[in-house]
Design a protein around this ligand. Structure first.
Ligand code: H2U
Ligand code: ZN
Length: 360
């Protein structure tokens, strides 16, 4: 092909997503992700040092989540056997109604009151465990707690959305190694679920099928980005993943929220959670940090026919137990960027054993 300006011949090569810089669209958030696979010609020659062996206590007398211990504000935890849920002592949201007061002085200075409830869910009385190292029946208790919290908080008239999330590891800002997650129930639907609601709704209207049902179908056929699966769940690296080892967990039956899962699907969820988190831990032989959370149908009673329940796992690690991906610079100012392709990441996770490296 001839360049009109310089008159020189330029070589146009055929687009190869495994080699050429390109952008991928996240249809849930409608954001683009820049993928630069040419930067990882030999992606796995970097160090993969293991972390110093960590000796962990099964019970820590100083931990505010261990059974029988006192929390920061003086309240005492019961001697719980499976899970334990309490109202966050430093809650980011409060349930008390407040009146709106004066209107905004300018349309650019909008503020609105938010009511809500924040809770903490301890996964296990054992201080030293993580989902990856808990037994499947014990993880099932965690699934039960998520379902109960969604039902309980979702039933409150001022709660329109229930966000279950886990910050794992100090790298993700987790304040305590004791296995736990948080539940924040809010009056307004927050940004991420709000945009996902709009995308899923629009897709359904346009195509007559749910976005994630359609997406899962294609991924199941191609298998390129699958990590692991059972009869009821699929774990995959999404085509549009921004974090190096980002995954999604999607149920194979179209359900909208955790309480919609039947008993067998809840058992299967406990099983796949253990398998996926074990693969993560084995990748760099470290207790893999991540933020994970569920996106489920809002509880405002509006009806979200296109909504499919799913979990996102956003782990920060890139090349080793200590080398992380930073979302800075171009990511902060322009759009997310990744080097290793989602297909390569899925392959790396598929290669991992489902027997935990610390076992035995
Ligand atoms: P992380 O998931 O980020 O570690 O947060 C744990 C939560 O536990 C945090 O939101 C709460 C903090 O407010 N917490 C209590 O409710 N009581 C305490 O005694 C300490 C921490
Ligand atoms: Zn503890």
């Amino acid at each position: 092909m001839c360049d009109r300006r310089t008159g020189k011949e330029t070589q146009i090569t055929v687009f190869d997503p495994g080699n050429h810089p390109h952008r991928r669209l996240n249809p849930l958030t409608r954001e683009w992700v820049l993928v630069s696979p040419h930067r990882t010609k030999r992606p796995w020659q970097g160090q993969t040092e293991t972390s110093p062996s960590d000796v962990r206590l099964t019970y820590d007398p100083k931990c505010y989540l261990c059974p029988g211990n006192a929390r920061a504000e003086g309240k005492q935890n019961p001697r719980y056997e499976h899970t334990f849920v309490f109202d966050n002592d430093f809650s980011a949201l409060l349930p008390d109604p407040v009146c709106r007061g004066r209107p905004a002085p300018h349309s650019l200075l909008q503020a609105e009151p938010v009511r809500g409830v924040c809770r903490v869910v301890c996964f296990s009385p054992r201080h030293d465990l993580t989902l990856a190292e808990m037994s499947v029946p014990d993880i099932r208790h965690v699934v039960d707690a998520w379902v109960e919290q969604t039902l309980d908080l979702g039933a409150k008239d001022f709660v329109h959305y229930v966000q279950v999330f886990e910050n794992r590891g100090a790298m993700m800002g987790c304040s305590n190694p004791h296995p736990h997650c948080q539940v924040w129930a809010t009056e307004q639907i927050p940004n991420e679920p709000a945009i996902e609601a709009a995308s899923q709704q629009e897709y359904l209207e346009k195509h007559g099928r749910s976005l994630l049902t359609e997406y899962l179908h294609g991924e199941w056929l191609s298998r390129e980005r699958l990590v692991c699966a059972n009869d009821h769940w699929v774990a995959l690296v999404p085509f549009w993943a921004a974090w190096p080892f980002e995954t999604m967990l999607i149920p194979r039956r179209a359900v909208a929220s955790l309480p919609d899962l039947n008993d067998t699907e809840q058992d299967a969820l406990a099983e796949i959670l253990k398998r996926l988190t074990t693969r993560y831990d084995n990748l760099f032989e470290v207790s893999f940090p991540y933020s994970m959370g569920w996106h489920q149908e809002p509880t405002d009673g509006e009806g979200y026919p296109g909504w499919i329940l799913h979990a996102h796992f956003y782990p920060p690690l890139l090349r080793s137990a200590s080398i992380r991906k930073f979302m800075v610079g171009f990511e902060m100012l322009a759009e997310p960027q990744r080097d290793i392709t989602p297909e390569q990441a899925a392959e790396r996770l598929r290669e991992q054993s489902e027997k935990h490296y610390r076992e035995g």
